[in-house]
Design a protein around this ligand. Structure first.
Ligand SMILES: [Zn+2]
Length: 183
């Protein structure tokens, strides 16, 4: 998953996205992942950043960002900045440790589950059967999500693709039902 070492990986890209959303998109504004990628490329020269993942992280910092599944007025590739949450660009802002997955847990979970989404079965970097234009990317997801106090332990973590991970998070962000049983 890592490939080239991204010099901005320690929260830099996340801060740039947060800053851009707050100052240029604004609450109520609509953007696409492609807009964000273009902006980051222009500002930093960095390609292939995982914007989806950064958006999920912002949600953990109390940002509300809707997509077409949660807001029917949005097109499939659109997102809406509904609410600006914590000021993560403030150098004094401390990202709670409990919201991070340690490298050790990540390693163990990847070894155990492989590079295949345990929910939909798509393999890392392979196209989705129903959306061949999109390549799956694996991430570590929590079975009981963070919003319900789920910890980043090996027992509570599993490999999920970005798409399944987003779907699970949305269900929780918007007051969904019980979590489906783990595969
Ligand atoms: Zn999946």
């Amino acid at each position: 998953m890592t490939g080239l070492r991204d010099p901005l990986s320690r929260g830099g890209v996340r801060k740039i996205i947060a800053w851009w959303l707050r100052t240029e998109i604004g609450e109520g504004g609509v953007f696409t992942i492609a807009d964000a990628e273009k902006m980051i490329l222009a500002k930093t020269g960095v390609k292939r950043v995982e914007v989806d993942r950064r958006i999920r992280e912002l949600r953990e910092a109390r940002w509300t960002i809707a997509n077409s599944r949660t807001d029917s007025t949005l097109l499939q590739d659109q997102h809406r900045l509904v609410h600006v949450g914590d000021d993560i660009c403030d150098p004094r802002y401390r990202w709670p440790q409990a919201r991070r997955c340690s490298a050790r847990v990540r390693r163990i979970v990847f070894m155990r589950d492989g590079r295949t989404c345990v929910i939909c079965g798509t393999r890392d970097r392979e196209p989705y059967v129903d959306d061949p234009g999109r390549l799956a990317r694996m991430t570590v997801g929590r079975i009981l999500p963070g919003s319900r106090g789920g910890p980043y332990t090996t027992e509570n973590c599993r490999i999920e693709c970005d798409r399944c991970n987003e779907a699970v998070q949305d269900r929780y962000d918007y007051g969904g039902e019980a979590f489906p049983p783990a595969a």
